[in-house]
Design a protein around this ligand. Sequence first.
Ligand SMILES: *[C@@H]1O[C@H](CO)[C@@H](O)[C@H](O)[C@H]1NC(C)=O
Ligand SMILES: *[C@@H]1O[C@H](CO)[C@@H](O)[C@H](O)[C@H]1NC(C)=O
Ligand SMILES: *[C@@H]1O[C@H](CO)[C@@H](O)[C@H](O)[C@H]1NC(C)=O
Length: 189
Amino acid sequence: MASLVNSLIAFHLIVLMSCYLTKTTTGVFSTQSPFSQSGKGMEKITQLHFYFHDNITGRNPTAMQIIGPPKGSVGGFGTTFMIDDPLTEGPDPSSKIVGRSQGIYALASQHKIELLMVLNFAFTEGVFNGSTLSIFGRNVVTQEVRELPIVGGSGVFRYSRGFALAKTYMSTPTFGLAIVEYNISVLHV
Ligand SMILES: *[C@@H]1O[C@H](CO)[C@@H](O)[C@H](O)[C@H]1NC(C)=O
Ligand SMILES: *[C@@H]1O[C@H](CO)[C@@H](O)[C@H](O)[C@H]1NC(C)=O
Ligand SMILES: *[C@@H]1O[C@H](CO)[C@@H](O)[C@H](O)[C@H]1NC(C)=O
């Protein structure tokens, strides 16, 4: 009996939640709203999915080494890159560009390949055109899926907080080229 009551409660919760999370989709971006009532504004949860292309090779690289490795550095510790990488709808580099990832990543571990990521994702498509999300996190690139905090945003992403899940789609052994899949989940007003 208790388990029946529990499953009924669970069922009602699911129905309630699906009422709250009415989904609207615009291309790669999907918005679920409204999420919750907090104070004056209604918070929304938005989920984004795209691919990040980091290309250090060739004549027009989208990522450049700007620092180091410093003298005496172990395993490249301190090496820093500045990037202006395209974000695309699909994994193919020629698929539609939905924004750019601008900022810095640096080798922040003396023992492993662990990156400090300080990035702005600047979107150029649909309702998110002109809006940005700011990432500040640790990226242990040897892990299959890495979680990076979203610490803020602008435009439609004002008051943002959330997280990004990053998974390498493909990379060259020397990290000259990497395509990374991103799933982002953010709360914002
Ligand atoms: C990487 O950049 C080089 C030179 O700019 C270019 O030839 C190559 O197609 C790029 N690769 C990808 C996958 O974007
Ligand atoms: C995004 O906004 C810029 C500046 O307002 C505009 O020039 C551009 O055409 C817009 N792009 C899209 C895809 O709406
Ligand atoms: C992103 O979400 C899609 C759909 O749920 C899933 O197939 C994919 O594995 C996820 N990728 C990451 C990096 O979380």
